[in-house]
Design a binder for this molecule. Sequence first.
Ligand code: DAH
Length: 380
Amino acid sequence: MTDNLNIEEFLSQVHEVGKNFAQRWERFAILVLEPNRPEFVNGLESQWQDDLTTLEKAKTALRDLNEVRAQMLSKKGEIAGLKKMIGRLPQVRRGEAHQALHGLEVHIINPLGNAEDNLQQFVRNLEIERESIDVTIPGRRPRPGHLHPITLMRQRIEDIFVSLGYAVEDDREIETDFYNFDALNIPEGHPARDPQDTFYTTEGFALRSQTSTVQIHAMQRRGAPVRMIAPGRVFRRDTPDPTHNPMFYQVEGLCVDRGITMAHLKGTLAEFVHRLFGPETKTRFRPSYFPFTEPSAEVDYSCFSCGGPGCRICKHSGWIELGGSGMVHPNVLRAANVDTSEFTGFAFGLGIDRTCARIYQLDDIRLLFENDVRFLEQFR
Ligand code: DAH
């Protein structure tokens, strides 16, 4: 296979490859200029696809440039092809051939390298520019949240009782029969145990249907005397309607000490409504029945809106229901190991969301649980 190629043919091949390169190089030619020269950017902008950003154009140009390099200089590229042909030349002409080929190689490698360096620098500069932070741009203001109206109401109630010397208790929502019923003087078979009344989980456990369960926990934990309130969620098997929800909030109150009487109960709740609705607010106690108190009373307060004559808010009665109350039944004290010969106490249970709905004149209590920001935003 040697000696079957003459030098003229070889040189004309070299020339061919050179011409070929020159053609492909045309669009890159301007890129050997410094990247901060306007011609560089103009060249890039005009030679590469219109719908690309400048940065994308520069990256595409780099890729195109690599393609040219591969075609010319890779192991299977044009130069390598020419190199292989040298062996077929007569020995004496090979030096000349090497020289010509080297000339072409330099003619390709140098501008390719320059353009590549420039493009890389250009891309780097653009990226740095893009990532830099403009500290003079005004910040995005975070949308501040706020507390839920029930939470606000709960906090107001807590503040009043804490200032009266009550501790705030937080307790479990899943209860045993003992705390939900037995200890609250609701023995097996008592109508208040109706299984329809709450949600049963596994055998012997149920979601508490009232916060009164915390009375027992608090007395067991703290002994007597004790003064505490327990705000929290309670559950009942109710179909939701404008005035009912299967989950709602109560606050329980308990005061056990030596010589506690009904007078203390009345005085405490009177003071509470004075602080919540204003000093002119009156209270009214109506006889009632709860298994865990004896005697028991429903408590009403005079309407905070009309003050007595009757209006839409108090349904034209002049009074609004606050909750249930009474003197703690001795059986309840005994269930929590409190000595009934030494201690007596009073207790009460108020509806937080019900009071909340009254104050804000909500026609539908379910609004409080739907978490619709358009509604909640009104309570900032
Ligand atoms: N637990 C009662 C209820 O859910 C409310 C209640 C009434 C609580 C009288 C008490 C009380 O502590 O003494 O209807």
